[in-house]
Design a protein. Structure first.
Length: 329
């Protein structure tokens, strides 16, 4: 009998052009410019090539606009899972009151269901933002999982680069002061665990980072590494997947829209790492990385991964009051 292949989950945070501009403090985001008609068909075509159905986390504000409905509906029609990525996509969601948090999640939920026909059962906070209030709201509203944590020590470095390339006011910098996380986020568990709650337990599925070292290896990082050496990017990815298998970690990996577009498509986002790379170059490297993943793992939607984890049991449990209190696992 052949050995059963390991599994991983894959998701795409469908952050739109305006949301990147807003977080960066750029003018013009208020008109809500979009590139979904460009990004979504490209992503769906590459995913179809590998026969994968994954999870798309959609921003409620995009779902509320008629101009985006065709692109968003095509995601659900292709069999992909639809997740909730908040309504306004503000990475300072952790600063919201519980009432504000509930309104944010509920508004997004209704808009997304109206646009796609699918009610989200999973959530990811913008900028990996998470709070006790968010966990409370998700548990009350019957969500099955949250996927808002990125256990890495490198968040402050990413934030410093972001600040260096932006022209933010003091108030805006204060809002974004833990954008991409804090150094101690590297102590978060990399394996899934349960938030214990009086309404229902909520599964937390972290975006996987390198076991022990906690260095990111989701695709945006790999494409950035590819600007220096595509061979090195592929070697790093192979090594990361091998370490996950050795550590018996079922990875949950992450895509972003900018993995499918280059500076030749969207000049407004040229400040982003790897945006000097053309879309054709990105697609070529991304396809080779997908080939490596497809050779080693069965790729699932996060909800399918969640079902598998809950069936297997033996998950670490934490209380929401300890959302900022991490123990390395």
């Amino acid at each position: 009998m052949s050995e059963r292949r390991p599994v991983c989950s894959l998701s795409l945070d469908l952050d739109n052009l305006w949301s990147y501009m807003k977080t960066h403090g750029d003018s013009g985001w208020e008109s809500l410019p979009t590139y979904l008609d460009l990004v979504v068909p490209r992503a769906l075509e590459v995913l179809q090539r590998y026969g994968w159905t994954i999870t798309f986390f959609i921003v409620g504000q995009d779902a509320a606009l008629e101009k985006n409905h065709d692109a968003l509906a095509s995601i659900a029609a292709a069999g992909h899972e639809i997740g909730n990525h908040s309504f306004h996509h503000e990475p300072w969601l952790h600063l919201y009151t519980e009432e504000q948090t509930e309104d944010e999640i509920e508004r997004a939920e209704h808009a997304i269901e109206s646009a796609t026909g699918e009610r989200p059962r999973g959530f990811r906070g913008p900028g990996y933002s998470l709070s006790e209030a968010t966990i409370d709201v998700l548990a009350r509203r019957g969500y099955e999982y949250d996927a808002s944590t990125l256990p890495t020590f490198l968040g402050p470095l990413a934030r410093a680069y972001y600040f260096q390339t932006s022209d933010l006011s003091d108030k805006e910098r204060d809002q974004r002061k833990i954008l991409f996380g804090e150094f101690k986020d590297g102590l978060r568990p990399i394996r899934p665990y349960l938030w214990e709650h009086r309404h229902a337990n909520l599964l937390e599925i972290p975006v996987t980072t390198l076991p022990v070292l906690r260095v990111p290896f989701h695709f945006s990082y790999l494409l950035y590494l590819g600007t220096y050496s595509t061979s090195l990017a592929r070697l790093y990815f192979r090594s990361a997947l091998a370490l996950c298998r050795m550590a018996r970690v079922e990875p949950s990996l992450l895509l972003h829209p900018l993995d499918f577009v280059g500076g030749d498509d969207v000049s407004e986002l040229e400040f982003f790492p790897a945006m000097k790379t053309s879309s054709a170059q990105k697609t070529e490297l991304l396809s080779s990385l997908f080939g490596i993943l497809d050779h080693r793992f069965d790729v699932l939607k996060i909800r399918s991964h969640s079902d598998r984890l809950l069936q297997n049991g033996s998950l670490l449990q934490k209380t929401p009051s300890r959302v900022r209190d991490f123990d390395s696992q």
